[in-house]
Design a protein around this ligand. Structure first.
Ligand code: SF4
Length: 511
């Protein structure tokens, strides 16, 4: 375990995240010690102290001590959060002083990098949207060189990640040019049912077999929410619609027709630039459903292999084979879908770089328009990790002693080169919460097929109204970029029981 003693509750979360990035498989504990009292059984630990120059707390130093038994290594950094102080120090020393937050993160990064001998591709960035930094700089008219210098000197980001962030930011900017996103809105509908529950699932998902009797009532609740949207956003432009889940294609064709038909009737869909329905699980796709979606105006779908290795699909609880995936994909093409996304996951249990290369080769044969590469970290104690260990004990598989199965830099490189060879360019990227190591998810697409909704939600530039159990609505205030959220409860039955309250929450958010 890594234990850090901190003399006040300031940037505690950033400190925790940065330690976790360097020590992904260890527990990290940050303890506030306002009185300076250190109490621990560990011989190795860390102390971080803020020391202010005066009561304004705008200037001072940060000290970080690495205690190793009887030995202590001390690191220090100066900070200044006042504009005047920064100007003074720049005029006397020639160098500008960092803000408290930047100075702290640089200090910890340097100390831990020295301790571990490691550099992290994303440097000391701990947020989930690193491309927003490049995006802000692009907005200010900065050149690629200026963006490079800033991301390198402030956050120690690797050359490769700076390059991809800058390219994504410029590409996103180009795509968003054609949308008056500040005056419009997007709509998300969640269908929380799936054919079976994948063992790695972290979403709201209920097996359709046991829940099919409530689906019609669930759609009625979505219709109530659509009524609210129709009245609250009348006169505003609806830019994109995204039906996700779960697996929306667990709905029967007549249920899809009912739901989309209701939207078409109540909302002005005439300006919608992109209408996506996740059809993720091939075992939920039928020709009838594809035809219904096409007829109802769906322009983009997702058919997800996750991997092209049958043994892995079985191991992770997906109830379809690679051959079934290929059939579903081809059926979607036959039914006229010309914008199909595929999701794959890196770091699946027992998969090697060779498996990832094989998956990329098989995917290239199908030429998707859009490919999203997800990273999976299987954590100790998770349901999937426990099931894998049980299988190992029974002699069914061998984990070779690994208790955490991670993707690797090499796998990420194979995936990004594979996407490039298919003519796909990266257009959005986000990192996972509680990042362990260097994980990120990247969306690649043909230049004219990038998912607009993905960009809008990732860059948080537009209000997205989310309907259904376990969804989160975001209100983006155009004038200052402030964001407020409200959520719908996750439990599907509770959501249905409390549908009026769910709508009231949105009403209050948009008052
Ligand atoms: S298809 Fe997606 S939402 Fe459904 S169980 Fe699998 S991971 Fe979860």
């Amino acid at each position: 375990m890594r234990q850090i003693f901190l003399n006040e509750d300031r940037y505690q979360y950033d400190i925790h995240s940065l330690f976790k990035a360097f020590y992904p498989s260890e527990d990290v504990k940050v303890t506030i010690t306002a009185d300076g009292e250190i109490s621990t059984d560990l011989t190795d630990y860390y102390i971080v102290n803020y020391k202010y120059q005066d009561d304004s707390r705008l200037e001072g130093i940060i000290e970080m001590s690495l205690i190793r038994g009887d030995e202590t290594a001390l690191f220090q950094a100066q900070f200044c959060d006042s504009e005047d102080g920064k100007k003074n120090s720049a005029s006397t020393s020639g160098a500008s002083v960092d803000t408290c937050k930047n100075a702290l993160k640089k200090l910890i990064y340097r100390a831990l990098s020295k301790e571990t001998g490691k550099d992290l591709p994303w440097g000391n960035l701990t947020g989930i949207r690193p491309t927003r930094i490049a995006m802000n700089l692009v907005d200010k008219g900065k050149s690629d060189e200026e963006i490079y210098d800033f991301m390198k000197n402030t956050y120690f980001v690797s050359d490769e990640k700076i390059d991809v962030s800058t390219r994504i930011a410029r590409h996103e900017k180009e795509i968003l040019k054609s949308i008056d996103y500040e005056n419009g809105y997007s709509l998300y509908l969640g269908i929380p049912f799936c054919p079976t529950t994948c063992l790695y699932c972290s979403f709201t998902s209920y097996p359709i077999g046991a829940f099919k009797n409530i689906v019609d009532d669930y759609i009625s609740c979505l219709e109530k929410e659509i009524d609210y949207v129709a009245s609250e956003f009348a006169g505003k432009t609806l830019d994109t619609v995204y039906i996700g889940g779960g697996t929306p294609t667990t709905l029967e064709p007549h249920q899809m027709e009912r739901l989309i038909g209701y939207m078409n009737e109540k909302l002005d869909m005439s300006h919608v630039k992109e209408f996506t329905v996740e059809s993720g699980r091939p075992d939920s796709i039928t020709r009838d459903k594809l035809r219904t979606m096409k007829k109802m105006g769906v322009s983009r779908i997702s058919v997800n292999p996750q991997t092209m290795k049958d043994e892995t699909l079985k191991l992770i609880g997906r109830r379809h084979t690679v051959a079934e995936f290929v059939d579903s994909y081809k059926m979607a093409r036959e039914e006229g879908f010309d914008n199909i996304n595929m999701d794959i996951i890196l770091g699946l249990p027992l998969e090697t770089s060779k498996d990832v290369a094989y998956t990329m080769e098989r995917i290239a044969e199908l030429a998707p328009d859009d490919l999203t590469v997800h990273s999976l970290a299987i954590k100790r104690g998770s349901r999937l990790a426990e099931i894998l260990h049980e299988k190992e004990l029974k002699g069914e598989i061998s984990l070779k002693g690994a208790d955490v199965i991670n993707n690797t830099e090499e796998m990420m490189r194979i995936a990004s080169e594979g996407a490039k060879n298919m003519g796909l360019v990266p257009y959005y990227l986000y990192r996972q919460k509680n990042i362990s190591g260097n994980f990120e998810n990247t969306g690649y697409a043909k230049p004219d097929k990038a998912g607009i909704y993905n960009i809008l939600i990732n860059e948080e530039v537009q209000s997205i109204i989310a309907l259904g159990a376990g969804t989160v609505t975001k209100r983006v205030y155009g004038y200052d970029g402030r964001i407020e959220r409200c959520d719908n409860v996750k439990d599907v039955k509770l959501y249905m029981d409390q549908i009026d309250e769910m709508i009231d929450r949105k009403r209050r958010l948009f008052e």
